[in-house]
Design a protein around this ligand. Structure first.
Ligand code: ZN
Length: 431
């Protein structure tokens, strides 16, 4: 079907494209290739760039001289209309840019080197940030690999010209392992917004220095607090680059140490019970695993019963569990002078309880906590909120789990920036 000017306007509105001329609209029977079922009806819209948008370099948007016809006609997947798949079809000529050489000319309806329209990509990115992976794949009829490519392009465009490092006062520097602990990312979070503001492949001093380089001397001097885990090599770089900043330990790392200790107590208890032939009791303690490691507010009612049973039957494990929970509580005490002393006193009490517990794992935990006491006291005194940092941490861990497999660090960082870095686009057609 040929398109006159009026129909062309209707179609550009329906497709959500700009600076685009509609030339034809056809329903086509798919041949069963390229992931489209054979016999499925698809809508193919013939388009071209408007005169003003045509013949431009995709990198600098300068108008360029034509070079050749490129690979001929190409198709871009658009948003479905109703339940019908949509493709935009156009010639993809090449131009010669003075700066960027011979390149396929930019098209107003799609990002450079993408097989999808802008609207399609924005919807996929928005969904990726808001819903489960499988939902995105099924709803948008696309692969996870294509999704990560889309997210990478959208995030790169939205991050351009945006200063994500402006106005930072309190940041957390964290290392995140991926590929089952074989690879690492360094991630920097703004404590006041919970946003990821910077991320890079690898974890080493050079990577942490690269963050401070990106921040620059003035903004580095404005930092008041930097939190991190217990790794001394990070502390060294912070002291070197931002000597004025108070170094704190992120509470979720400290609580994680306690959780590890509780689990060690549980495993030893199981071993001891088995060794003395009490296999029923051993199985019962073994079954407490999730109950003792979870935060109490996340316990199911069965798990609450488990904890209550533990209070009667197994004193050592129960006490270790209580100590872990008390440590978590101490970090929720708000930052005001009166309560500061309260938090310190509770922490000191906890240390001496661990020391007197006659539980080797808790004595070891106490030794670790004492080693980092100065940094933990900083955290308590300055009331660094755990809630935002912990939520971001948990979310990033979930992203790493779900993108496990075939991802490059760049794709993983793009996913993190999309969901926790504030770079998620609005749905197409909304603002
Ligand atoms: Zn150019």
């Amino acid at each position: 079907m040929e398109c006159d000017v009026r129909m062309s306007r209707v179609w550009t509105a329906l497709l959500g494209v700009e600076r685009t001329v509609i030339e034809s609209v056809e329903i086509e029977r798919a041949t069963g290739t390229g992931g489209v079922g054979g016999g499925e009806s698809v809508l193919v819209v013939g388009v071209r760039a408007s005169r003003r948008a045509a013949g431009r370099c995709p990198h600098c948007a300068r108008r360029c001289r034509g070079y050749d016809g490129g690979d001929g006609v190409r198709r871009w997947r658009g948003l479905d209309l109703g339940s019908t798949r949509v493709y935009l079809q156009a010639k993809a000529p090449r131009v010669r840019c003075g700066e960027h050489g011979v390149v396929v000319a930019a098209v107003p309806w799609a990002r450079h080197s993408s097989r999808f329209t802008r609207a399609f990509e924005e919807q996929v990115a928005w969904l990726t940030a808001h819903t489960a992976k499988t939902t995105v794949e099924v709803l948008m009829r696309t692969s996870w690999r294509a999704v990560t490519g889309i997210v990478t392009r959208v995030v790169a465009e939205r991050g351009k010209g945006l200063d994500r490092l402006a106005g930072l006062l309190r940041v957390g520097i964290d290392e995140k392992s991926y590929r089952r602990g074989h690879k690492y990312l360094t991630v920097v979070v703004d404590h006041d917004t919970g946003r990821v503001v910077w991320a890079a492949d690898k974890r080493d001093q050079a990577t942490v220095r690269a963050f401070f380089d990106a921040l620059g001397p003035d903004r580095t001097a404005a930092l008041t607090h930097v939190s991190c885990d217990g790794a001394a090599w990070i502390h060294d770089v912070i002291t070197e680059r931002a000597p004025q900043a108070v170094i704190c330990l992120d509470p979720f790392h400290v609580v994680a140490w306690a959780t590890t200790a509780v689990d060690a107590v549980r495993r030893r208890t199981v071993r001891d019970l088995r060794g003395s032939g009490e296999s029923d009791d051993a199985a019962e303690v073994k079954g407490t695993r999730w109950a003792v490691l979870k935060n109490p507010e996340n316990l199911t009612s069965d798990q609450k019963t488990t904890i209550a049973g533990l209070a009667k039957a197994n004193t050592q494990l129960y006490k270790a569990y209580i100590a872990k929970e008390q440590l978590r509580e101490i970090f929720t005490i708000k930052n005001d002078p009166e309560r500061k002393d309260h938090a310190r006193a509770l922490f000191t009490g906890l240390l001496s309880w661990c020391d007197r517990s006659r539980t080797p794992e808790m004595i070891k935990l106490s030794a670790t906590l004492k080693r980092y006491r100065a940094l933990i006291t900083n955290t308590l005194d300055h009331g660094l909120s755990n809630a935002l940092a912990e939520a971001t941490n948990t979310h990033i861990n979930a992203l790493i789990r779900r993108s496990y497999g075939f991802h490059t660090p760049a794709a993983l960082i793009a996913l993190i920036d999309l969901t926790r870095g504030g770079l998620c686009p609005p749905l197409p057609g909304r603002s």
